[in-house]
Design a binder for this molecule. Structure first.
Ligand SMILES: NC(=O)c1ccc[n+]([C@@H]2O[C@H](COP(=O)([O-])OP(=O)(O)OC[C@H]3O[C@@H](n4cnc5c(N)ncnc54)[C@H](OP(=O)(O)O)[C@@H]3O)[C@@H](O)[C@H]2O)c1
Length: 324
């Protein structure tokens, strides 16, 4: 599989990343089942066999179980640790954490960032994260506190590189004023069912269209050599096998994807991911299926390059209206 290289740290990443949100069983305090463990092992093994080396986590996934089950896999196969790039996120605190009655909230305080990473390292059974992302922007953040946390984690060898997720250009700029380490990734939702960040650009200066927070985020990342990672790149499979209840636009887009896949003798997943990867930013899709056949179908995207005309055909279909 092709690789991408982070601009400052030089860390090499596979063109597709594997998102671990769906491994480890249900998001509750119960321990995982043997079936959950087998599913996680199969998914990770299949991703590795197809050349995927970036594994994306978050402290909250499965309420810690996604990292913990991955830690079991690393414990059983310690040689894997040096062959993969381990990424996790922090900054979201779920309701009732750590005590009942606490509201869901974001927390970019020094104490929470450092404690969260320590807990992730324990669960993952490793001494370092290759990449740490701030999960969702915290309006109460103090950039100097984030900077102190990043310094501590970097100096102690606990995190090699840093980034953010779901952040606007303004929020990244605010952090960059205080944080010494380069912010090298912004992970945002992007798929053929979530094209706002791309549409904002082509809709600029059109009367009646409102500007959104997504405006300029892709260009900002490109200007600052920040890699864009696309979460939910397949929109949960809604365009691969559209439901009866799917909208007219969804069904038309799914039909086009299917026709392109037939013409190119590739999977429908590959067409959708290749559409994201055609953006010259570049974009690294973070896939989340636990199904080995689907992981293999996703990996076909590495060999597929869409033409400008195919890209715009899909873009127009997804927008439900042709570009101006
Ligand atoms: N930064 C953030 O705020 C954020 C938010 C959400 C997710 N993420 C990251 O992004 C990763 C991917 O997210 P995602 O799981 O929503 O992405 P996705 O790849 O768009 O969707 C995968 C999910 O859709 C299901 N699915 C059903 N039919 C499918 C089909 N035909 N093809 C593919 N999937 C199908 C999968 O179930 P099966 O397992 O049964 O195939 C799985 O639950 C996560 O693991 C996580 O690492 C980040």
């Amino acid at each position: 599989m092709k690789t991408l290289t982070l601009s400052q740290s030089g860390i090499a990443l596979s063109a597709l990343g594997y998102g671990c949100m769906n491994i480890g069983g249900a998001w509750n305090a119960a321990t995982w089942t043997a079936a959950d463990r087998a599913q996680a092992e199969r998914a990770v093994q299949t991703a590795l066999e197809h050349g995927i080396t970036l594994f994306d986590h978050a402290d909250i996934y499965g309420r810690g179980k996604s990292e913990a089950i991955f830690g079991q896999i690393l414990k059983a196969q310690p040689h894997l640790r040096d062959q993969i790039v381990l990424q996790s996120k922090c900054g979201i605190r779920l309701a009732d954490e750590p005590t009942p009655g606490m509201p869901p909230r974001y927390d970019f305080s020094y104490d929470h960032i450092v404690a969260s990473v320590e807990a992730s390292l324990d669960r993952l059974q490793t001494d370092r994260l290759d990449i740490l992302l701030l999960h969702r922007p915290d309006p109460l953040m103090e950039p100097t506190e984030v900077a102190r946390a990043f310094d501590h984690l970097h100096t102690h060898g606990k995190v090699r590189a840093f980034g953010v997720s779901n952040h606007t250009p303004g929020q990244i700029e605010l952090l960059r004023r205080a944080v010494d380490q380069p912010l090298e990734i912004n992970q945002i939702e992007l798929s053929l069912l979530h094209v706002g960040a791309l549409s904002a650009g082509v809709d600029a200066n059109r009367r009646g269209l409102e500007y959104t927070a997504a405006d300029g985020v892709l260009e900002y990342c490109r200007l600052n050599a920040i890699l864009v990672q696309a979460w939910s790149p397949l929109a949960g499979g809604r365009l691969s096998a559209p439901a009866e209840t799917a909208s007219v636009v969804e069904r038309a887009t799914a039909g086009l994807i299917s026709a392109l896949a037939s013409a190119k003798a590739c999977s429908v997943e590959a067409v959708q991911l290749a559409w994201l990867m055609r953006y010259p930013g570049p974009v690294q899709p973070i896939i989340g299926t636990t199904n080995p056949q689907r992981i293999a179908a996703c990996a076909e995207a590495d060999q597929l390059t869409l033409t400008r005309e195919e890209w715009y055909q899909l873009f127009n279909a997804a927008r439900g209206v042709n570009i101006p």
